[in-house]
Design a protein around this ligand. Structure first.
Ligand SMILES: Cc1cc2nc3c(=O)[nH]c(=O)nc-3n(C[C@H](O)[C@H](O)[C@H](O)COP(=O)(O)OP(=O)(O)OC[C@H]3O[C@@H](n4cnc5c(N)ncnc54)[C@H](O)[C@@H]3O)c2cc1C
Length: 456
């Protein structure tokens, strides 16, 4: 039996371990350095309110087929509420409201109708968006490659998009899907994503919202299933070093140091972000951990410093009165970009989760300033909202929510297979063709497990 060690208990590591454990050729051990599994997908019990809250709102799309298969395997695919055919209310800072809603017509005509009805923009602006969509449809594989060094903003301007549609349509879309502004994000990645969402299968543009805490949907059932299959899952245990001695024509992984233990292994999947990978060290011939950063020696072609983290600020807000019950509302021209209604608590409080993607540089660190901002911007949804209506605000800053999907980054994202026998990479930052997402994390796990099977 081949012993495989998975390093990292985020979605990528859990998905890799699940896939390996469904094959009787493998014995699997998973290590996670944090006390709890889940990585960037986690929930916690908020001490003051006693409610289970997420580290940040996560949204999946119908196009996320690998992620849905993962949830199917752990039995929680039905825990995502599906907003069919896009149905999104938007509120502008000046008070205007509009609904982006696909009609009952066949796909993709239903989406065309949705844009034509989106009266947040002038008719001419909507026509410019539709013309850009037609150009996107005609884009070939080489056309996508040619976008590699362009920003999404430059590409959209080349497609004739003006300031109004940038503000009220493209910018929210780029921020929500890429966690970066149009002036930072890669045009290639954005175009590839748009094609998957809008030009894919009929339900690809459906939005899927978790209807319970993230850990209960994505993490805990996966851990239970792994344990049921005999996988050893060790949280609170950091893998610090790998032994990869020269063997014949190259190096091969033979052991890892996890906590204070040394474990022999045949294969290792490193399912960790680039910034964590930099901390790994090599074990020398005498079995001692060296100071040599593992990536410098074993992953020489990968420029880990190119993966710059990007922040998401999530603000949980509990109100005495309702600010609407739409599952998801877009705000335009504001600091808060999306407001998700999380439900009414047993005590009758209205719980909202507000998100700010690409949050670097937003001056929202001071609690009082944040409270004023939340009050001002939620009042767009609940006119007359006063400070006394706010029961509690809980901000969560994820400084390393994703990497910035900058132009040129696609050329730097590594494949699962490395130059070392038995060593594989997974995680949302590897070559998935997607921005940092749950779908990318699961796809990366599938590629890594496939590479384990093919690599002798
Ligand atoms: C606030 C927020 C909102 C988001 N919104 C969305 C969304 O709407 N839709 C979407 O698809 N995606 C979203 N994402 C992104 C998504 O969460 C990530 O892309 C995905 O979870 C990454 O999974 P991963 O397994 O690749 O990495 P991670 O989740 O980072 O997992 C890596 C794990 O490795 C562990 N680790 C690191 N080093 C070691 C070591 N030496 N030994 C052992 N363990 C180690 C870490 O502790 C971590 O648990 C969001 C992220 C955040 C933070």
């Amino acid at each position: 039996m081949t012993h495989c060690i998975v390093v990292g208990g985020g979605v990528a590591g859990l998905a890799a371990a699940l896939r390996l454990s469904s094959d009787e050729r493998y014995r699997v051990t998973l290590f996670e350095s944090a006390p709890a599994l889940g990585g960037r997908v986690r929930s916690f019990v908020d001490r003051d309110s006693g409610t289970e809250s997420d580290n940040g709102q996560h949204v999946l799309m119908g196009a996320c087929t690998a992620a849905l298969d993962y949830l199917g395997e752990i039995g929680t695919a039905s825990s995502l509420a599906r907003l069919r055919g896009m149905s999104l209310p938007f509120v502008h800072i000046d008070g205007r409201r509009s609904l982006l809603q696909a009609g009952a017509l066949p796909h993709p005509l239903s989406l065309v109708v949705a844009f034509l009805r989106y009266d947040m923009l002038s008719f001419r602006a909507r026509m410019r968006i539709l013309r850009a969509a037609i150009r996107l449809r005609r884009l070939s594989g080489s056309g996508l490659d040619a976008l590699d060094d362009l920003t999404a903003e430059a590409w959209l301007r080349n497609l004739g998009q003006g300031s109004a549609e940038m503000l009220a349509f493209w910018q929210p879309l780029v921020l929500a899907t890429m966690n970066s502004t149009p002036s930072q994000a890669s045009a290639r990645l954005f175009a590839a994503l748009l094609r998957e969402i809008f030009l894919g299968a009929r339900d690809a543009a459906d939005m899927l919202l978790p209807d319970a805490a993230l850990s209960g949907i994505f993490i805990e059932p996966a851990v239970s299933e792994l344990q049921r299959r005999g996988v050893i899952v060790r949280s609170g245990t950091t893998v610090t070093a790998l032994a990869c001695p020269e063997e014949g024509s190259g190096r091969r992984v033979t052991a890892v140091i996890a906590g204070d233990e040394r474990l022999a292994t045949d294969a290792v999947i490193l399912a960790m972000p680039p910034w964590a990978l930099r901390r790994l060290r090599l074990i020398d011939a005498s079995g001692k951990q060296t100071d040599r950063p593992l990536p410098d020696v074993l992953l020489p072609g990968i420029d880990l410093a190119a993966f710059i983290p990007s922040e998401i600020l999530s603000v949980h807000v509990w109100l005495r009165r309702s600010a609407g019950t739409s599952p998801m509302t877009g705000l335009l021209g504001t600091t808060l970009q999306w407001v998700f209604f999380k439900g009414k608590t047993a005590e009758g409080q209205y719980h909202y989760s507000c998100t700010v993607s690409g949050a670097e540089g937003h001056e929202t660190t001071h609690r009082d300033a944040l409270r004023r901002l939340v009050l001002r911007e939620l009042a767009l949804l609940a006119p007359g909202l006063v400070d006394g209506d706010i029961i509690r605000i809980l901000p969560i800053r994820e400084k390393r929510a994703t990497f910035v999907p900058a132009p040129g980054i696609e050329r730097m994202r590594p494949q699962a297979r490395t130059g070392v026998r038995g060593l594989y990479l997974a995680g949302d930052w590897t070559a998935t063709g997607l921005p940092a997402t749950i779908e990318g994390a699961v796809r990366s796990a599938n590629s890594a497990v496939e590479a384990v099977g093919n690599h002798k």
